[in-house]
Ligand binder design. Sequence first.
Ligand code: NAP
Ligand code: GCO
Length: 264
Amino acid sequence: MKDLFDLTGKVALVTGGTHGIGLAIGLILGKAGAKICVNDIRDDKLNICKESFKKEGLDVYTLRFNVTDEKDVDIGISRIEKNIGPVDILVNNAGIIKRISILDMAIADYKQVIDVDLVAPLIVSKRVVPKMIQKRSGKIINMCSMMSVYGRNTVSAYASAKGGLKLLTQNMTCEWAKYNIQINGIGPGYIITSQTAALREDGHPFNDLVMTRTPAGRWGEPNDVAYAALFLASKASGFVNGHILYVDGGILANFGYVKGENDL
Ligand code: NAP
Ligand code: GCO
């Protein structure tokens, strides 16, 4: 049974993996035996990431490249292939969000979010997948969101990107599943990371909303998402493809309830 989740001998790349959800994923895949590569766009965060892995007694190969830049991605992936080996498990985790109302948002802002959250997973996957096809084996995990299916005010760019990433995941499956490559997404709900820090301040109306709309009654932790990533990176998910695994405490299952009704 343990063999099902043993990633020994596999090379995993987590983009934007120096903190938050990406860091949790890198650590759990490393503990499962994979050789971990972490990318980010800032050297200071890559150095902090190295310390995080060292504390867990794990090695990590860090490299700085901008996932939206095809040439930068090619250089980065070539370095991984030369120094570590072909990527077996790709986690397209890098992402940004801009919370701006549609009327106030500059088109440039919209395009930047689309570039990082939707185009970049395509760029990195296209660069990595040829070796997976050759090996007739591979795992791609695209970091989607509950915003792949829901909208809300001020996150139009982010939701557009994450909605597109859900369908890109399904289309990658249509074209690459026949090579024994499993391509899936993870759709986190509201998770405690720097990305949601502004929303979690005590008394912030959004915090109240998340706590009442989430049946589990709590914010998610990065490890909640990392455990789902371990499943999708492992042999245990060998026949799971084109699926978005929502890790959201039930929020997508819940239209909402009248306060007090649940006390019956
Ligand atoms: P985060 O701060 O959004 O993490 C994103 C990471 O991507 C950061 O390390 C960031 O680096 C990096 N990044 C941004 N642009 C990049 C680029 N062009 N090239 C390379 N790396 C880049 O925190 P998070 O909450 O852990 O988010 C991780 C993923 O989960 C994101 O895709 C996010 O959309 C998704 N997600 C988060 C939640 C949540 O509630 N937290 C829920 C659903 C989905 P810098 O910090 O240096 O910019
Ligand atoms: C927001 C939040 C969300 C979360 C996540 C929810 O502003 O609503 O930041 O977008 O990051 O994507 O799944």
